[in-house]
Ligand binder design. Structure first.
Ligand code: SAH
Ligand code: SF4
Length: 384
């Protein structure tokens, strides 16, 4: 009998309290009602007040909410949390790029990268999944099994951790260091659209982090049936990982192409809500030596995207241990870019950033795996 009672107490203790910073405004209002923090008619006002503390001021302690009555703060602290996840590792590259390895739950490790001087001031590259199911052949994340979708709270937490580190609370009106967000970390955001859309609602809210939706870019390998929903629900800027201009090659590089081929993809992009010269789609094109980098392919690319308000981002391939691909020569990349520029497209070559800390595109997760492998080796040696 007493054993049964002990067990039930243990279960109650183990239940993790809901982290309020991952809830949308509506979710927060409802949570306050459900937890009896305030009556329904006061919930909107109370949620607004708490929202400002969490998302404008970045507080992690209910006691800091100075205009909330002490007994309400105590009630909040008893059922909810505002705790940040654990930062397992923080690295700063010699070019100023910062990378955090964040652990949100056992086995759930996320990499987030801040790149200065990108976008208006600096871009944060966030992850939407742990691992990826899509197996693009040139991408290191693709070699890692999907662990799971990240929750909205885990996506927002990446922004909070970066802003803690950059000292950006409360939300600066101007001169922000973190001015743009790109969903270009681990995972395919359109396979986790609900949580990505909730996270975008939270980080773009005017009384919180207040990052304009036009400074938030979602990159997809081409999950065509979700493009419309992405545009309607988030009004985010769209980036497409194109990488090839014909189906046989794209089938190899981005195997999702077998499901949604170039014709379907281009039709989906043309229909993306809100596309205009002021809101262009970005085509990402990774430069792979001898694979997709010829002048003919540059011209085929122009042909493919004709009439679409677009810019093209040429990404020098970032190698990772075990890959057979190589990065195109610099001259080849410049020749490719020149063809696009001549046709009137902005086609910046993405300077690899943070390579020394393995923070560049497609390198995410390798460092942490290495670290884990070396820890394991040490542990094995210790045990021997
Ligand atoms: N899954 C989404 C977003 C994450 S990948 C997508 O595929 O769009 C972000 C970008 O990095 C994509 O354009 C991807 O193709 C590119 N990328 C992946 N591996 C790379 C590598 N090794 N070198 C350079 N770019 C890479
Ligand atoms: Fe997944 Fe994007 Fe990597 Fe492809 S490029 S495996 S979709 S993370």
């Amino acid at each position: 009998m007493s054993a049964t009672l002990d067990l039930s107490r243990a279960t109650q203790k183990a239940a993790t309290p809901v982290n309020l910073s991952g809830l949308t405004r509506e979710g927060l209002r409802q949570a306050l009602i459900d937890a009896d923090i305030c009556p329904p008619e006061k919930a909107r006002m109370r949620a607004s007040q708490i929202w400002g503390w969490i998302h404008n001021h970045g507080v992690t302690d209910f006691d800091a909410m100075s205009n909330v009555a002490r007994d309400t703060r105590e009630k909040l602290a008893a059922v909810f949390t505002l705790a940040r996840p654990e930062i397992v590792e923080r690295q700063v590259s010699n070019d100023g790029t910062r990378k955090w390895l964040i652990r949100t739950a056992p086995g759930i490790e996320i990499e987030t990268v801040y790149i200065p001087d990108v976008g208006r001031a600096g871009a944060l590259c966030v992850s939407s999944q742990v691992g990826c199911t899509l197996n693009c052949t040139f991408c290191h994340t693709g070699t890692q099994k999907l662990v799971r979708n990240l929750t909205a709270a885990e996506i927002v937490a990446q922004v909070q951790v970066a802003r803690d580190d950059l000292g950006e609370w409360p939300s600066p009106k101007e001169d922000r260091r973190l001015s743009n967000i790109v969903f270009m970390g681990m995972g395919e955001p359109l396979y986790n659209l609900d949580n990505v859309a909730d996270a975008i609602d939270i980080i773009s809210d005017n009384e919180g982090i207040a990052l304009s939706r036009r400074r938030i870019t979602v990159s997809t390998s081409g999950v065509v049936p979700q493009l419309q929903a992405l545009g309607e629900r988030t009004q985010a800027m769209l980036a497409i990982s194109l990488h090839a201009t014909n189906d046989p090659l794209r089938d190899v590089l981005v195997p999702l192409n077998k499901k949604y081929d170039l014709e379907a993809l281009m039709a989906g992009i043309r229909a993306y809500p809100g596309l205009s010269n002021a809101r262009r789609v970005t085509f990402e094109y990774v430069m792979l030596k001898g694979v997709n980098d010829s002048p003919e392919e540059a011209r085929a690319l122009l042909n493919l995207i004709k009439g679409i308000p677009a810019k093209i981002n040429l990404i020098p391939f970032n190698p990772w241990p075990g890959t057979d691909y190589q990065c195109s020569d610099w001259k080849t990349i410049e020749r490719f870019a020149a063809i696009l520029n001549k046709a009137g497209y902005a086609s910046p070559i993405r300077t690899p950033r943070g390579r020394d800390i393995l923070a560049a595109c497609g390198q995410l997760k390798s460092e942490s795996e290495k670290v884990r492998a070396s820890t394991l080796r040490r542990a094995e040696q210790d045990a021997a």
